[in-house]
Design a protein around this ligand. Structure first.
Ligand SMILES: Nc1ncnc2c1ncn2[C@@H]1O[C@H](COP(=O)(O)OP(=O)(O)O)[C@@H](O)[C@H]1O
Ligand SMILES: [Mg+2]
Length: 707
């Protein structure tokens, strides 16, 4: 038994202010999160009690007074933290309820919380915390989201023991004796507003706003690489953040659900920059050279292991000769041997005045200097011998050439019609470079095969998991008629097909119901198996749109953007989630949550997911290739958002690329993708773009020809 007992813990109480949670406590998760923060403080804190009240001033005040107003030496609550109701919504009134109860205000604690939070997210400006002392109890108000609440509490918790001891005054005798030394030491050493724990999430990066090295390649971007203007009112330079003190949590009920997305609206180019920045670097693997290599990008320079050709070979059918000094070779010569392409035979050395019959690609006999084409010769005489008796009886004479006359008038050059050793590729010569993509049409794979390279290192192509979400979604091939509200799953099939077509291995993750637990479990499992998860549905503002809260809170992920100024695809969401790999290292995996509407899902796959997959597999520049095209007719524009118009681009006999619309562009209209081979980058604006105008097109498929 240790002889000295630890100092008695400080007592904290947690007041959850939430109308929803007060009706159904299971919807709350702030309590658990805050208890963890207290627990991390090495038994300095004991959470005495948690209570939940609705967003109601009287009920809030009643509970706080119960804790603060009847204290005696045996019953001291040192700290009350409230969570929830600190925002700008009508129902948010916790600060108002608390501030009138305070005997002393503590603006320093407020400042500590706000300044720590502001380093994480500009949304901290939307939190209105108060802090102070009532009787002997310190009270602070935390925001409602567990993440925000945690960060705020962590920002001040090192100072709180000290504050509580001072506040408790006479009531704290017992505490003073036992614990003050330790507590003061800790506050002094590590205090100063703390906060160091609160934002170790890799936020605060000053992200770039324009191109990152693959701008002008004719690849890799959306329309947003150009400033189309017309993004009036966008928050352009905020740091996207996962930690809005009040991020949307639809499960918290109508008063806590956002009417307006809390995610800053990024331009397409800003969104692409975020993707480039937060997509993990490609991993390197060694693989065998075979047809599965097609599409892979080399992670190393590759040099030839062998000479091509490996021996002196004839370029033509004809006769190997030893050219005399004067180069003259007219006359009749004896044929002393035959060299076929068959390998392995030892050949006698050819002497001047002798010739040897040789076939294309066959090795020259030693001593031979040149080959004379069969067309420049005439057969003079043959030897005949009996063919062996076969069952077919044949018995025909097999002839062999005995003498051949060479008709060549000109001088024969040394080396004529000979491929010298290594004349195509020299051993050790660099044949492919790091970053080269192995195509099925460019012969890279043939080159590797020719020079005897059996293995190469390449960037591992990411495995992609594809998940549909929504209670209304049924399998596309479910027999029978749809019931009211049911929708056939379109996105999973189209995205699986698209991802496979781009050369990626796909895991079909099925359909997840709109339930937080289901979604969380599905995503957790998926993140174990795949590198990139693509979900569709559930990212807008509806009450069942659970993707963002699940990624942020349940999975501890970081949402790099949750809104993009574009049409279709505004709610497109990009996040990374830390996971442990097989070796126990922390790595980031990528989640793209695409909008549910089929056209939006496909457009945003091509625009955002593909560049990330490309980057993961080492393909540079990433994304769809971009070409200028001419509009084949007038195109109406969206007034406020740049639009990715689904179009058919064809090339005429003059090489002019013309684009026509696939028709109605409503984001739910899956038909707008039919036949489309391009996304036109249309600016926003009040007037239509006229026939003949030039725009950029991102090519998804092969060009049509009008020839
Ligand atoms: N996998 C899918 N296949 C076809 N339609 C879908 C699919 N997922 C969602 N939708 C439809 O798209 C629309 C938007 O869905 P929703 O879940 O609200 O998406 P989001 O909030 O991401 O925009 C709804 O009409 C929904 O039924
Ligand atoms: Mg849905």
């Amino acid at each position: 038994m240790p002889s000295n007992t630890p100092p008695p813990a400080l007592k904290a109480a947690i007041l959850i202010v939430s109308t929803t949670a007060s009706q159904d406590p299971s919807t709350d998760s702030a309590d658990v999160t805050l208890r963890q923060v207290f627990e991390e403080q090495q038994s300095q804190w004991e959470v005495h009690e948690s209570k939940t009240v609705p967003d109601d001033v009287i009920r809030i005040q009643k509970q706080i007074k119960l804790w603060t107003d009847n204290q005696n030496d045996n019953n001291v609550i040192n700290l009350i933290v409230t969570t929830g109701g600190t925002g700008f919504a009508v129902s948010d009134q916790t600060p108002e309820a608390v501030s009138v109860l305070l005997h002393k205000e503590a603006p320093g604690l407020v400042h500590g919380m706000l300044s720590a939070s502001l380093q994480v997210t500009p949304f901290a400006m939307m939190s209105r915390p108060v802090a102070g002392v009532r009787n002997g109890t310190v009270i602070i108000t935390l925001p409602g989201s567990p993440k925000g609440a945690k960060e705020n509490l962590q920002a001040v918790i090192k100072m709180l023991p000290h504050a509580c001891l001072q506040a408790a005054g006479a009531n704290s005798r017992a505490l003073h004796k036992g614990g003050v030394k330790k507590l003061e030491r800790e506050a002094g050493v590590e205090g100063g507003g703390g906060g160091g724990h609160g934002h170790g999430h890799g936020h605060g990066h000053g992200h770039k706003h324009h191109g990152h090295g693959h701008g002008g390649h004719g690849h890799g971007g959306g329309c947003g690489r150009h400033d189309h203007g017309g993004h009036g009112g966008l928050v352009r330079h905020t740091t996207p953040s996962s930690s809005n003190p009040k991020s949307n949590d639809p499960t918290l009920g109508p008063s806590r659900r956002h009417r307006e997305s809390p995610f800053p609206m990024l331009s397409v180019s800003e969104a692409l920059d975020q993707i480039a920045q937060h997509t993990p670097p490609p991993q390197i693997v060694t693989i065998k050279v075979d047809s599965s290599l097609v599409g892979a990008v080399l992670a190393e320079d590759v040099s030839a292991r062998e000479n091509v050709p490996a021996f002196r070979a004839s370029i033509v059918d004809g006769y190997a000769v030893v050219v005399p000094a004067d180069g003259k070779m007219r006359g009749v010569f004896p044929v002393v041997s035959v060299s076929h392409a068959a390998p392995g035979d030892q050949m006698a050395t050819l002497k001047e005045g002798e010739i040897a019959r040789i076939t294309t690609g066959a090795p020259l006999p030693p001593g031979a200097t040149s080959v004379i084409m069969v067309e420049d010769t005439v057969l003079v005489s043959t030897t005949s011998k009996e063919a062996p008796e076969g069952p077919e009886g044949g018995g025909e004479a097999m002839e062999e050439e005995k003498e051949v006359e060479i008709l060549a008038e000109d001088k024969i050059q040394e080396g004529e019609n000979v491929r010298e050793v290594g004349s195509d590729i020299k051993q050790g010569q660099m044949i492919l470079r790091k970053g080269d993509q192995v195509s099925a049409v460019g012969g890279e794979i043939g080159l590797l095969a020719a020079v005897g390279v059996g293995e190469v290192t390449v960037y591992r192509r990411p495995v992609v998991g594809i998940l549909s979400t929504g209670d209304e979604i049924v399998e596309h091939d479910r027999p029978g008629d749809l019931r009211l509200g049911e929708v056939r799953d379109t996105n999973r099939l189209t995205l699986i097909s698209a991802a496979r077509d781009w050369g990626y291995v796909v895991v079909d993750l099925g359909v997840a119901r709109d339930k937080a637990g289901t979604l969380e479990e599905t995503l957790r499992q998926a993140l174990r198996q795949v590198d990139v998860v693509i979900t569709t549905g559930g990212v807008s503002m509806g009450e069942l749109d659970l993707l963002k809260p699940t990624i942020e809170r349940s999975l501890g992920g970081t949402i790099h953007f949750g809104r993009v100024a574009m049409k279709p695809g505004k709610p497109t969401t990009f996040a990374t989630v830390p996971v442990k790999d097989n070796d126990g290292n922390r790595i980031n995996k990528v989640i793209f949550s695409l909008p549910g509407n089929p056209a939006s899902a496909l457009v945003t796959f091509h625009l955002f997911v593909l560049p990330s997959l490309h980057q993961l597999s080492g393909i540079s520049p990433p994304g769809l290739p971009k070409v200028p095209v001419t509009l084949g007719h007038d195109f109406a524009l969206d007034r406020s958002r740049p639009e990715y118009h689904r179009a058919i681009v064809s090339v005429d006999r003059n090489g002019v690329l013309t684009a026509v619309s696939t028709g109605g562009q409503r984001s739910s209209r899956v038909g707008s993708m039919k036949g489309a081979n391009a996304l036109l980058c249309m600016p926003s604006g009040p007037e239509p773009l006229r026939k003949g105008a030039k725009v950029e097109a991102l090519l998804m498929g092969a060009l049509r020809t009008d020839l």
